[in-house]
Design a protein around this ligand. Structure first.
Ligand SMILES: Nc1nc2c(ncn2[C@@H]2O[C@H](COP(=O)(O)OP(=O)(O)OP(=O)(O)O)[C@@H](O)[C@H]2O)c(=O)[nH]1
Ligand SMILES: [Mg+2]
Length: 221
């Protein structure tokens, strides 16, 4: 009985995701879904990413949290249009569902926008299960979380197109085995690109930005 209910929720979500995908295609917008556990550095990476994309790529951001507009306040300082979703207003969901993203996107003026980034709710589990109509998914894992996380939370690493290993500036202070984490990621997703970055120092950003620009160009030219 419970399984049936879950299946129904997911199939409704898939229908909404399909509608979003068509809407984003008509608008010629590439949509990136960025996911991670809480505090891995999604907002910090986006703060540094958006400026580096300009002037070639016009962006907008939808950010999901359970509570607060903290992330939207931070991201608004980059100058790009930002919409904050607080899931506490409708039950405190631990992920963004497709219809929620669709509603938020319809409040944005997407004319002239080539890249819409969705910062999902901090959670390494549920967001991986919900298609939001995106073109690509990235997962952020920070070096303070442990090398075993790709093996413990495989779905997230399976469904994503690239991984960012963030907070590399902290490596000198940790017993973190970066080769082990990359091997673990590759066990789940053998050809997944992994970008080792520090949002603090911007080390490793050129390769990440190049990859992102290529993805956008593939869709919107
Ligand atoms: N040292 C270091 N700290 C970082 C780095 N990136 C982010 N942080 C810090 O990590 C904390 C969390 O960063 P956020 O960017 O808010 O993380 P988030 O993934 O957006 O968090 P949620 O939206 O709450 O899930 C903040 O204190 C950041 O300053 C980094 O590359 N190096
Ligand atoms: Mg954030």
């Amino acid at each position: 009985m419970e399984v049936k209910v879950v299946k129904k929720v997911l199939s409704v979500n898939d229908t909404m995701a399909h509608q979003n995908r068509k809407y984003f295609s008509d608008k010629k917008v590439f949509v990136l879904n960025m996911m991670s556990s809480p505090g891995s550095g999604k907002t910090s990476i986006l703060e540094k990413t958006v400026g580096r994309l300009l002037p070639e790529i016009n962006s907008a951001i939808i950010v999901g949290d359970i509570c607060t507009t903290n992330d939207a306040d931070r991201l608004a300082k980059t100058g790009v249009p930002v919409i904050q979703i607080c899931t506490d207003d409708f039950g405190g969901d631990c992920h963004l569902a497709a219809h929620i993203v669709g509603n938020a996107a319809s409040d944005l003026d997407l004319d002239g926008v080539q890249l819409l980034i969705v910062e999902n709710v901090g959670n390494l589990v549920c967001p991986a299960e919900f298609d939001i109509g995106e073109d690509a998914r990235v997962v952020v894992l920070s070096v303070t979380e442990g090398e075993d996380k790709p093996l413990k939370y495989p779905l997230m690493f399976r469904v994503c197109d690239a991984a960012l290993l963030n907070k590399t500036d902290l490596l000198p202070y940790l017993d973190f085995d970066r080769e082990a984490v990359i091997n673990n990621i590759r066990q789940i997703h053998s050809d997944m690109p992994v970008f080792e970055v520090s949002a603090k120092t911007q080390d490793g950003f050129p390769a990440w930005i190049l990859w992102l620009k290529k993805q956008v160009e593939k869709k919107v030219g």
